[in-house]
Ligand binder design. Structure first.
Ligand code: HEC
Ligand code: HEC
Ligand code: HEC
Ligand code: HEC
Ligand code: HEC
Ligand code: HEC
Ligand code: HEC
Ligand code: HEC
Length: 409
């Protein structure tokens, strides 16, 4: 026993000496560094050694999800003209739970943070020491204001309802967070040990931070699934994000996803396709791609290094993305009708709502035929986004594309 212990301490100290010798930095003590609890350090620390990754992250929506309006007013993209806001709200008529002239509209100087800027923007304000989402939302593409939780807005604390997906290092007990937006550590885990080691300690460096590419596919994709998902925390009642989850762990311990079957008719269609946004993981889990191991990062990059920018961070632009793998397609039925190759139009129909309904894509990759809508009118199909004028005659469209498929109807 004694001998073994000695060997162990000896090798650790030799390793330490060797590393100190190889290092041009200060000598370091791995044990000392690792004796403290692992903590968040913030993306600015990672930047010191990973400038390229930092730069690429700055180019993505992840780094811009939540922004500080107190230090930079320019992050507010809308014009805070109260008259225009109230006029837009009034157009919502009896959809409103609070009359348009009584909905709370914050003053610009009271906005602490903004959230979003691609599809819509929401505004975070402070009330009695807690952060809340103001009950107005600006929709970018349609340039209009809508109401957002106008009745209960000041009963839904931001950290509890949004925090973990739009900030990192959220502590619900202390009501604090480490950093706004989706940070390096949201995907790579807490970085204090890794950052404290000198650059030359390459192996210890690798062991003290999580590289998703080195995890099994099942665990790696759950990192994305910890936010591109909808449901309830299993650990903290009332929280809408996986409280306690850390990259590399199994998500289902911390999160129970939503489904139509269990009663979520607001955010999911009757066929379990996503109706609400940030549900890509739920869609994808139902797809053939999931079964074959084609994951989020097979199609999306998170670090853009060496790649030209595309919409939605896809590796290929639009349907080119599909040709990366699907070079040969059968030319029967639906594939034979059309002269173009808009794979996304049929296989990723815009049936999901972020700001306005149908502004983002389904991720089940299955084509929804007219038949689906005929059988259940609450479920949209892939065809009528283009064949809009044929809206009234879905049966004819179905029959023309797939002769005989409507016999018996
Ligand atoms: C003092 C410099 C330094 C700091 C600060 C630093 N890193 Fe590193 N990082 C390195 C070095 C050196 C490596 C090893 C390089 C290699 O694998 O070739 C590395 C490796 C990595 C890897 C790859 C690990 C692997 O197993 O492939 C990731 C991911 C990473 N760092 C993320 C981060 C994040 C996130 C932060 C901030 C929390 C951060 N780094 C802060 C220097 C640093
Ligand atoms: C901590 C939460 C979080 C994690 C983890 C996360 N995302 Fe996101 N993601 C977001 C948020 C929030 C946005 C939207 C930001 C915005 O528009 O304000 C987003 C946006 C995106 C977009 C849209 C980009 C665009 O330009 O339209 C893609 C693609 C994406 N994420 C892919 C991924 C992938 C792949 C992973 C896993 C490697 C991942 N995300 C992990 C929260 C997260
Ligand atoms: C489970 C994680 C999660 C929770 C909880 C969550 N979001 Fe998000 N949110 C996302 C992701 C991921 C995206 C980007 C992908 C998408 O919209 O489909 C997003 C997108 C957004 C956008 C649109 C961004 C843009 O650029 O247009 C806004 C605004 C937003 N969220 C606000 C909120 C607010 C306010 C809350 C709390 C009431 C909240 N979110 C709760 C994950 C989450
Ligand atoms: C949305 C999740 C996400 C965010 C945010 C993110 N990363 Fe990564 N990172 C990944 C994934 C996934 C990989 C694995 C490689 C890949 O698929 O691109 C990776 C790989 C890396 C690597 C290893 C690259 C290699 O050579 O193998 C480094 C270093 C790194 N990230 C640093 C950072 C730093 C620094 C930040 C913040 C400025 C950051 N990452 C933000 C998901 C993320
Ligand atoms: C087979 C390829 C593929 C896979 C797998 C995939 N995506 Fe996508 N994703 C796309 C394409 C294509 C788009 C739309 C590109 C465009 O804008 O034309 C997209 C769009 C998005 C968007 C922007 C919102 C929208 O719908 O327009 C988000 C966010 C996103 N994906 C997240 C994810 C996440 C998270 C995963 C894993 C759970 C994932 N994607 C898996 C191909 C894929
Ligand atoms: C990284 C490789 C890869 C990319 C990129 C990719 N796929 Fe796939 N896809 C596969 C694999 C592997 C399968 C399963 C085997 C097969 O059917 O070829 C599959 C299967 C499918 C299926 C069959 C589903 C079923 O129910 O049988 C459809 C439809 C599909 N993909 C559509 C798309 C579309 C649309 C895109 C572009 C948005 C795309 N794929 C991008 C690899 C990919
Ligand atoms: C991206 C837009 C788009 C989508 C999505 C789309 N179509 Fe088409 N469709 C067209 C155009 C444009 C034509 C004209 C022929 C051509 O250019 O290929 C056409 C032609 C047709 C035709 C033959 C011409 C006719 O109208 O008599 C049929 C049948 C048809 N589509 C059925 C469908 C069905 C069924 C779906 C859904 C599974 C669908 N289409 C999805 C755009 C679309
Ligand atoms: C007009 C709509 C339409 C368009 C456009 C379209 N598909 Fe399909 N595709 C279908 C339908 C319908 C099926 C039958 C299975 C299903 O419902 O998804 C199918 C099946 C598939 C399959 C599985 C069976 C097979 O044929 O190998 C793949 C893979 C696929 N499509 C990929 C693509 C790709 C890649 C593109 C773009 C080049 C594309 N599709 C364009 C409607 C379409």
């Amino acid at each position: 026993m004694k001998g073994k212990f000695w060997v162990a301490t000896f090798s650790v100290s030799v390793l330490g000496m060797l590393l100190a010798a190889c290092s041009s930095d200060q000598p370091f003590d791995v044990k000392e560094i690792m004796s403290k609890p692992k903590a968040y350090v913030g993306s600015d620390v990672c930047k010191m050694c990973h400038l390229e990754h930092y730069d690429s992250w700055k180019m993505t929506l992840h780094s811009r999800s939540t922004q500080d309006a107190q230090s930079n007013l320019d992050v507010i993209i809308a014009d805070f003209d109260e008259q225009k806001i109230r006029a837009d709200l009034a157009k919502l008529g009896d959809k409103l739970q609070v009359p348009a002239d009584q909905i709370f509209i914050p003053k610009i100087k009271d906005i602490k943070y903004t959230q979003g800027n691609q599809w819509n923007q929401r505004y975070i304000v402070e009330k009695d020491g807690d952060l809340y989402i103001a009950p107005i939302q600006y929709n970018v593409a349609s340039h209009r204001w809508v109401a957002y939780e106008e009745k209960n807005w000041d009963k839904r604390p931001w950290l509890l309802k949004c925090g973990g997906c739009h900030a990192s290092g959220v502590d619900l007990e202390k009501k604090t967070f480490k950093e706004l937006s989706v940070s390096c550590e949201s995907c790579h885990g807490k970085g204090s040990w890794h950052s404290a080691l000198p650059k030359t300690a390459v192996f210890e460096k690798r062991q003290t931070i999580l590289n998703p590419a080195k995890l099994t596919m099942g665990v790696a994709v759950q990192i994305c699934g910890s936010c591109h998902n909808r449901g309830d925390s299993t650990k903290h009642p009332g929280a809408d994000w996986p409280v306690g989850y850390e990259p590399g762990r199994s998500l289902e311990v911390y999160f129970k996803s939503t489904s139509y079957e269990e009663g979520d008719k607001e955010y999911v269609y009757a066929n379990e396709f996503a109706k609400g946004h940030h549900q890509q993981y739920l869609d994808w889990k139902q797809s053939e791609h999931y079964k074959e191991g084609v994951t989020c990062t097979s199609c999306h990059y998170v670090h853009q290094i060496g790649l030209p920018p595309t919409r939605s961070q896809t590796i290929g632009a639009g349907s080119q993305q599909c040709f990366e793998c699907h070079q040969i397609l059968n030319k029967t039925t639906a594939h034979a009708i059309h002269s173009f190759a808009n794979c996304i139009g049929c296989h990723m129909p815009r049936i999901v709502k972020s700001a306005e309904s149908g502004d983002i894509h389904s991720h089940v990759f299955k084509t929804l035929l007219p038949k689906v809508t005929i059988e259940n009118p609450t479920i949209p199909n892939s065809c009528t986004s283009c064949h809009a004028h044929k809206n009234a005659d879905l049966k004819a469209l179905q029959e023309k594309a797939f002769p005989g498929s409507m016999s018996g109807w």
